[in-house]
Design a protein around this ligand. Structure first.
Ligand SMILES: Nc1nc2c([nH]c(=O)n2[C@H]2C[C@H](O)[C@@H](COP(=O)(O)OP(=O)(O)OP(=O)(O)O)O2)c(=O)[nH]1
Length: 145
């Protein structure tokens, strides 16, 4: 019984991501480089939470590695999450993506991992190619002031 439960409910993989918001309300997205499973798609900066990290320390680390910016945990505001709803259609472990907004950071974001970065009006995000789990995140962000 317990074994069955675990088999049908595999461990979730937690991904933390940030919507960096400019003073004019634009959001920074990054386009995955070729060779990446999401090549060509626009994503929020972030990544998987590693063992022994809190959600916020993982996100702070990812934003430093990917964009070279420094963020304080107090400036990360949880906004919304998105998860794989139907495991029967998926070969992979379920992902949960937790999106934070962030309006304050130190440094100028630079694409340090071969990705492309750009600032978008939230109302135009609907027309971008994004991974499936990002679409509800972008909708929620568009409703946010
Ligand atoms: N950072 C980020 N990842 C996303 C988004 N949407 C989405 O489906 N993902 C997926 C892509 C990756 O499989 C996972 C993030 O993990 P990651 O950035 O550590 O990516 P990765 O698989 O290249 O890393 P790794 O296993 O090679 O260490 O979440 C998003 O908006 N931002």
């Amino acid at each position: 019984m317990h074994g069955d439960f675990l088999q049908k409910n595999p461990t979730n993989r937690i991904v933390v991501a940030a919507a960096l918001m400019s003073p004019t309300g634009k959001v920074l997205l990054q386009r995955c480089p070729s060779g990446h499973p999401h090549a060509g798609l626009w994503e929020f900066p972030g990544g998987k939470v590693e063992k022994d990290e809190t959600l916020e320390t993982a996100l702070i680390r990812e934003l430093w590695e990917e964009l070279g910016i420094t963020i304080a945990a107090r400036d990360l505001e949880p906004l919304v999450f998105s998860s794989d709803r139907d495991q029967r259609t998926s070969e992979r472990s379920p992902y949960v993506i937790l999106l934070y907004t962030c309006r304050f950071w130190d440094g100028e974001p630079r694409p340090l991992e071969g990705q492309e970065i750009a600032w978008f009006d939230r109302s135009t995000m609907d027309s971008l190619a994004m991974p499936p789990l990002d679409i509800p995140l972008a909708h929620k962000l568009n409703e946010t002031r």
